[in-house]
Design a binder for this molecule. Structure first.
Ligand code: ZN
Ligand code: ZN
Length: 201
């Protein structure tokens, strides 16, 4: 197996996500563990990621582990938790990785600047300071010893159904193809969800 190089993983993640940030750095560290412990990036659905948030780190996971939204092997649970569970269907191993509280906490100055920048009322100096802190935190996460930032647990094998491929049916109102399982029936017609909702108004 080729050694895992954090720098090149970060580059790949930034290319996909658009910027460097602490969340993305966390996703890189989580992906690193997953690749080391469960093998290689997923070509198909042999690996599945269950993510409990939809923050920046999930983009690193998609770019690096091959568990992606559109392939059906990225399952999103909207729990707002920094928890990532990976399932290897080939050897039944499941790994739960969570981020430690101390690693998530940002210093108050960083949080304040984040708010000011987001609300677009930051001066150039504040923007520069924010960028320094943001990249600094990200670098710190990339350099931290694994045991200081992550909790890694082997969990009981999780059995997940494979993603389904559905036939498409033509909507009676807009004439666009719709996945069969998403068709709504109304007064003898077959409709896509937006058309069904428009007809119900
Ligand atoms: Zn980000
Ligand atoms: Zn329609």
């Amino acid at each position: 197996m080729t050694p895992i190089d954090t720098e090149s993983m970060l580059k790949t993640a930034i290319r996909f996500h658009g910027h460097q940030c602490p969340g993305l750095a966390m996703g890189v560290r989580v992906s690193e563990v997953m690749l080391r412990e469960l093998g290689k990036p997923a070509k198909d659905e042999e690996l599945v990621a269950i993510v409990e948030n939809n923050s920046c780190g999930v983009d690193a996971i998609q770019a690096l582990t091959g568990c992606t939204f559109a392939k059906g092997n990225l399952i999103f649970k909207d729990f707002g938790k920094f928890v990532y569970t990976f399932v290897n269907r080939e050897n039944q191993r499941s790994l739960r990785i969570s981020i430690k509280n101390e690693a998530v906490i940002t210093d108050p100055r960083h949080s304040d600047l984040f708010a000011i920048v987001a609300e677009k009322r930051a001066t150039q100096e504040e923007i520069d300071e924010f960028k320094r802190l943001h990249i600094g935190k990200s670098e710190e996460i990339l350099r931290s010893p694994e045991e200081e930032i992550l909790v890694i647990e082997e969990v009981a094998p999780i059995v997940l159904p494979m993603a389904h491929i559905h036939e498409s049916i033509c909507c009676d109102r807009c004439n666009e193809p719709v996945m069969e399982s998403r068709i709504r029936l109304l007064r003898g017609g077959q409709y896509c969800i937006p058309c069904y909702e428009a007809l119900m108004k």
